[in-house]
Design a protein around this ligand. Structure first.
Ligand code: ADP
Length: 550
């Protein structure tokens, strides 16, 4: 860790480390009666308050001490978004242990690999994931105890799991007479592995300081703008970069929290949004498809839902238009990465944009957005020379800030920084007002005749066609141009469109040589553990595809 020179005159303010426990303490003390509502895997709705959550977190912290886990050791969770998962967010990190959220959508072998890599000591899991734990428990070498996040009644009669404990028993048998320990704010607090869309998963190890600062920064009006007047439903899972920090930022804002559990289909989400009067939500574009389609097909409107953050992959402009124009929901397009806790940029208008025509405003909102204070960014060419912020020059995007990693857990991948900046692997433009737009991931960019073709633009245009539900563009080998774009399309049910008509749709919307060479209609796109399209799989599947030669 870098240390800095001290001034001969130091400030005379209280020295108080930025610790995660201070967030739940604050919420319980100042918004104690505010509700947390969770749809449980048991099927019912559970409700209690921040005060209750704080009490149960302290009991669980006590219980963890009893399990013999030492400060800095890792405690894993394999769980949906719900109140018990949130209790663990605070019980684990707050007591000086490290919360390691596992992604249940990964292959069980990959989960076991990550558990062993992290050397997890205890593994908490939801009832849904009992089969996964039964399959992998014998391979998890460091895990001393597995804890089923349920009450005694739901515990299996027989199990292959060697040391299986019951969550509610641990809570019931532990005292809440527990004072959160105070320690250095740079201590590790939680561990998230990258979803491995590109390459092997690597761990980002957040500190208490980085988490608290990220929670402050992401709650600000130019970012997610969370306040005590909001009711927040994180659709983004708590195992995907800590639900983008919402289990922290919502609490320090005093907002009501609503957790959807495993029921992420359009109908269940819609009902929960309405019954709990949700005002604000967050998720990746693919999960919104279900909710949007359900609302449109049934001609439903939202009575309270007014704002959503969409990020994790590019928000198709057609989806943004539907949210704003048809459903009355404002969209904040955000960009970030596991390596950035995750928030880097958020797209909101400035006062200079307010008098612009709607279409021009939409162009601003479609970009990935403006830096949130705490993050700095730049674009550079292949030689590392900084490029201009003119909105059209694109280059490799680099970032830095107190919630950006300085290296991966266990130093996987070695030194990752370039002159103190973290290379994101994204290619982007930045305009004179500081709005960044992702052209592509550097691994997905199509190199055609020595020039780059960004696939996000192509996909956005395709998805504006009424017959297109989802689209992904990949580079396929071409004898003359090295690579050319191939468009893969999932048609909207009940709609027809031919390849030629879809290609005509690109006319005038994009440079002619960016237009895909062909379209293939497929049943479904492969999605990774965090709901992103796995282009590496598509590239593999279509690697021998013969493009028409003209
Ligand atoms: P992984 O890198 O394993 O997929 P992350 O969830 O950390 O896991 O993904 C970060 C990447 O997701 C970014 O580098 C970027 O390529 C992509 N991404 C995130 N948000 C956006 C967005 N709004 N638009 C386009 N791409 C995005």
């Amino acid at each position: 860790m870098t240390s800095y020179p001290m001034s001969p005159l130091m400030g005379q303010m209280m020295s108080q480390p930025l610790l995660i426990s201070s967030i739940i303490e604050f919420a319980a003390r100042h918004y104690g009666g505010t509700e947390i509502v969770s749809r449980r895997v048991e099927g019912d709705l559970h409700r209690y308050t921040y005060r209750d959550c704080h009490q149960r977190s302290r009991r669980m912290a006590h219980a963890l001490g009893g399990l013999g886990v030492a400060m800095g050791e890792r405690v894993a969770t394999l769980a949906w978004n719900g109140y018990r998962h949130m209790e663990l967010y605070y019980a684990v990190s707050g007591s000086g242990l490290v919360l390691h959220t596992l992604n249940p959508r990964l292959h069980p072998e990959q989960i076991a690999y990550i558990v062993n890599h992290a050397e997890d000591q205890v593994l908490f899991f939801d009832l849904t994931f009992l089969p996964i734990i039964e399959a992998i428990s014998a391979h998890c070498k460091t895990v001393k105890a597995f804890v089923l996040m349920a009450d005694r009644e739901r515990m299996p009669q027989e199990t292959k799991i060697a040391k299986l404990l019951c969550y509610e028993d641990l809570i019931a048998s532990s005292s809440d007479d527990y004072a959160w320990p105070v320690f250095d704010e740079n201590s590790a607090a939680s561990l998230c592995y990258t979803s491995g869309t590109t390459g092997n998963p690597k761990g980002a190890l957040y500190s208490h300081r980085s988490t608290v600062l990220h929670a402050y920064g992401s709650a600000m009006p130019n970012a997610l703008n969370v306040s005590s007047r909001d009711t927040v439903l994180p659709v983004v899972p708590m195992f995907h970069v800590n639900a983008w920090g919402l289990p922290y930022s919502v609490l320090l804002s005093g907002a009501k929290m609503v957790y959807p559990g495993a029921a992420l289909d359009g109908k269940s989400l819609y009902e929960l949004f309405e019954s709990e009067r949700v005002t604000f939500s967050a998720g990746v574009p693919t999960v919104w498809l279900g909710l949007v389609n359900h609302a449109l097909q049934n001609d439903l409107k939202f009575s309270t839902f007014r704002r959503t953050v969409i990020g994790g992959s590019a928000c198709p402009p057609a989806m943004m238009d539907t949210f704003i124009d048809k459903l009355g929901v404002e969209v904040i397009h955000a960009w970030g990465m596991t390596e950035m806790s995750p928030l880097g940029t958020a797209g909101v208008l400035q006062s200079k944009h307010l008098d612009l025509p709607v279409e021009a405003q939409r162009k601003v909102l479609q970009k990935q957005g403006h830096c949130v204070y705490g993050v700095d960014m730049k674009i550079v060419d292949d030689a590392g020379v900084e490029l201009e912020w003119d909105g059209s020059t694109y280059g490799h995007l680099l970032v830095k800030g107190p919630w950006v990693i300085s290296g991966y857990y266990k130093n996987e991948g070695g030194d990752v920084l370039q002159d103190g900046w973290f290379p994101t692997g994204d290619v982007a433009t930045i305009d004179p007002d500081g709005y960044m737009q992702i052209t592509d991931r550097s691994k997905d960019v199509i190199k055609s005749g020595g020039e780059w073709i960004g696939t996000i633009d192509i996909e956005s245009i395709a998805m504006a066609h009424p017959a297109v539900l989802q689209a992904a563009c990949i580079g396929v080998a071409h004898p003359k141009w090295a690579e050319r774009p191939l468009l893969l399309v999932v048609r909207r049910p009940g709609h027809e469109v031919a390849a030629a008509a879809l290609l005509d749709f690109f006319e005038g919307k994009i440079a002619k040589w960016w237009t895909p060479d062909d379209v293939v209609f497929i049943e479904a796109l492969p999605l990774g553990g965090t709901g992103k399209i796995q282009k590496n799989k598509l590239r593999e599947q279509f690697k021998d595809y013969k493009l028409p030669t003209v």
